[in-house]
Design a protein around this ligand. Structure first.
Ligand code: ADP
Length: 312
């Protein structure tokens, strides 16, 4: 007997999820297993065609899986499809809105569709939360792209789901509106809503997400905390520009095997944690060289992403 009110450890759990699209025989998900901890801000990254939308659409009940299991808030999507659907809100990629609906009416209709009793509807509060109080009774066609996006977030939250999925929500949204959107989503996360975000903006994922899964060709190629993922490569490039460089590499520098560019720039590729900058600088000084400039470049998610997805 399911205990719907039991709080699960994982907001979303998928095991060996497989999806083959009938029309093309295309294997879009090839045995994906993921466990998204309750309360996390989880990023799902991957190049175009990786299978991100397929995974999200299966969770949202819009695409039928070919194999495997999926649970949302502990509710199996096969055995308890209504319970699973009630636990998730999805902000779609497209900005499709009926142009003659007002934000207020849209949220009300959506709440009705989810069976939220009139007395429990939070239409005004939701509109206020996404900064659309002024536009509550304006036709949707008069809303800017950013406003539409925020309205879609409010729409996904009408039934107060514990899990909110955002599918590429900031494509085409300008920086200021993106910031507003993230403020609101962060606030929801702080209140305990688990966020699942797909994005192409790696920087955004790096800043927002506490954990990240990278998928490619329908398979999970990495899944870890953002911090561990960034540590995984742990590669730093340090460039030291010296006043003058002797013909032969001075012996103290030999163990570091720098690449020499433009006659006087020494480029050290190293692992940040095992070869601290100080050791390199000491060696440069021991070699009797005068440092005139220094720059470092850290690994970011982009590097990890490229490394993990380019090998296949
Ligand atoms: P992503 O969201 O990561 O870009 P998708 O889940 O949209 O990836 O697509 C994964 C793969 O499945 C792609 O190769 C895509 O062409 C294919 N695909 C997606 N939707 C369909 C569909 N309705 N019919 C056939 N193939 C599809």
């Amino acid at each position: 007997m399911a205990k719907p009110d039991l709080v699960p450890d994982y907001a979303v759990e998928v095991v060996d999820l497989v999806k083959t699209y009938g029309s093309t025989g295309k294997l879009a998900l090839d045995g994906v297993s993921l466990a998204i901890p309750r309360g996390s801000f989880f990023g799902l990254l991957g190049p175009n065609g990786a299978g991100k939308s397929t995974l999200i659409n299966i969770l949202a009940g819009l695409v039928i899986k070919s194999g495997g299991t999926a649970r949302i808030w502990g509710r199996d999507i096969d055995r308890d499809p209504r319970g699973a659907r009630a636990a998730i809100g999805v902000v779609p990629q497209e900005l499709n809105l009926d142009p003659f609906f007002t934000p207020h009416a849209l949220l009300d209709v959506q709440a009705g569709m989810y069976g939220v009793p009139k007395a429990e509807r939070r239409t005004d509060a939701l509109l206020a939360a996404v900064g659309l109080t002024d536009k509550a009774h304006a036709y949707a066609r008069t809303l800017s792209g950013g406003m539409r996006r925020r309205l879609l977030v409010a729409k996904a939250m009408v039934h107060n789901p514990p899990v909110l999925v955002l599918d590429e929500p900031t494509a085409g949204v300008d920086i200021e509106l993106r910031r507003q959107l993230w403020d609101y989503v962060r606030e929801l996360n702080a209140q305990g809503v688990t966020i699942l975000l797909t994005t192409h903006y790696l920087e955004e994922a790096e800043q927002l997400c506490d954990s990240i899964a990278i998928i490619n060709h329908g398979q999970v190629v990495a899944c870890d905390t953002t911090r561990n993922l960034l540590k995984r490569i742990d590669r730093k490039q340090i460039t030291v520009t010296v006043a003058a460089m002797p013909e032969a590499l001075p012996p103290p520098l030999a163990p570091f095997a720098p690449e020499i560019r433009d006659g006087n720039r020494l480029v050290f590729a190293c692992k940040g944690s095992t070869m601290p900058i100080s050791a390199i600088l000491d060696a440069v000084r021991d070699a009797g060289l005068t440092i005139i400039d220094l720059s470092t470049e850290e690994t970011d998610l982009e590097d990890i992403f490229l490394q993990l997805t380019s090998s296949k």
